[in-house]
Design a protein around this ligand. Structure first.
Ligand SMILES: Nc1ncnc2c1ncn2[C@@H]1O[C@H](COP(=O)(O)OP(=O)(O)OP(=O)(O)O)[C@@H](O)[C@H]1O
Length: 308
């Protein structure tokens, strides 16, 4: 099957600065794919090349099997783009913004009217279609831009930081809409919000300094980081009393004590029964598995937080 996106040794130089450095990526069709990276990692540069707004210095990029260097017109018909800035026409109503986009894509009037009605309904904007975007909340404007990008039924939707600047409620609303349209197309999104990638994406690439650092499902990335399992044990008394017992277990990789709680990193999950056996007879109030966050994966791989 043709990949939705495929890049080979894709490189972009801005003078002496290498924004993309021999970047190789394959994104399969129909998936929600997330690209994460700290500021300046090269995410927007990659999106600009894939959406044919910019040419690479060297290397190749294919979208739906078409070379971006030779087929920009065809590719633009196959993709929808939600840029970082909302870029709505403030002198047109919400509906007119969508109508303009449909005309730019050469859609016949009857088809576009039906499609616009559907999208306004889907994105909860039917009641506000005659209003101007300036009167909308940030979340509503964002939903309108996503609706606009979907008018011509693209095969790939590019979302460049779709929820930056939105309040948590609007962010969750945009996530719900993105989930509701997924399945019918490939969605490629960049984000600074690890929770967003965790919530939405089936596969994630982490990049920094123009290079791909790692690629996989959220679960795979978390497992790659940790290898071992992390448990929290809450005792009836001070956890220090159990430090010696726990210290005797060779499969404990790390142990942190805090009050009546011990955070224990095991070499592998099979070690759990040995730990429970060693602690038998003592008052244990709770044993819980601590989930690793994507934030921890990100920091361990890039050495910095997403916003640094
Ligand atoms: N037109 C340009 N001219 C010169 N340098 C540029 C240009 N555009 C981007 N850069 C530089 O290239 C690098 C990659 O930038 P890019 O915008 O692709 O990163 P990003 O991952 O999208 O960052 P952010 O998360 O801040 O949007 C940065 O160091 C940036 O300063």
């Amino acid at each position: 099957m043709t990949s939705a996106i495929s890049t080979q040794a894709l490189t972009k130089q801005y003078g002496s600065l290498t924004a993309l450095d021999a970047f190789d990526l394959e994104v399969s069709q129909g998936s929600i794919f997330g690209l994460l990276g700290p500021n300046g990692a090269g995410k927007t540069t990659l999106i600009r090349i894939l959406t044919t707004l910019m040419r690479p210095t060297s290397g190749t990029a294919f979208v739906e099997g078409l070379d971006t260097a030779a087929h920009s017109q065809e590719i633009r018909r196959l993709i929808g783009v939600v840029p970082q800035e909302n870029s709505l026409d403030r002198y047109l109503t919400a509906r007119e913004n969508l109508e303009l986009h449909a005309r730019l894509h050469g859609m016949p009037g009857a088809d576009s009217r039906k499609r616009i009605d559907e999208l306004l309904e889907l994105f909860g904007l039917s009641g506000r279609q005659k209003d101007f975007p300036d009167t909308f909340s940030g979340g509503m404007q964002r939903r309108l831009v996503v609706a606009r990008a979907l008018i011509h039924q693209p095969r790939i939707l590019f979302l460049d930081e779709p929820t930056t600047g939105l309040d948590p409620q609007s962010r969750h609303a945009v996530w719900d809409y993105v989930k509701s349209i997924s399945g019918s197309m490939t969605i490629f999104l960049t984000t600074h919000y690890l929770e967003e990638a965790d919530q939405l994406c089936e596969r994630i690439a982490i990049m920094d300094h123009g290079r791909l650092i790692t690629l996989g499902s959220v679960a795979e990335l978390k497992e790659r980081l940790t290898g071992g399992a992390l448990y929290e044990v809450e005792f009836g008394g001070a956890a220090e009393a159990f430090a010696a017992t726990l210290g005797e277990l060779s499969c404990i990789r790390n142990l942190t004590l805090n009050g009546n709680k011990a955070t224990i990193e095991l070499e592998h999950w099979e070690c759990l029964s040995a730990m429970v056996a060693a602690l038998a007879g003592n008052e244990i109030r709770r044993i819980s598995l601590k989930e690793r966050t994507l934030e921890e994966v990100f920091i361990s791989l890039t050495g910095k937080g997403v916003r640094e």
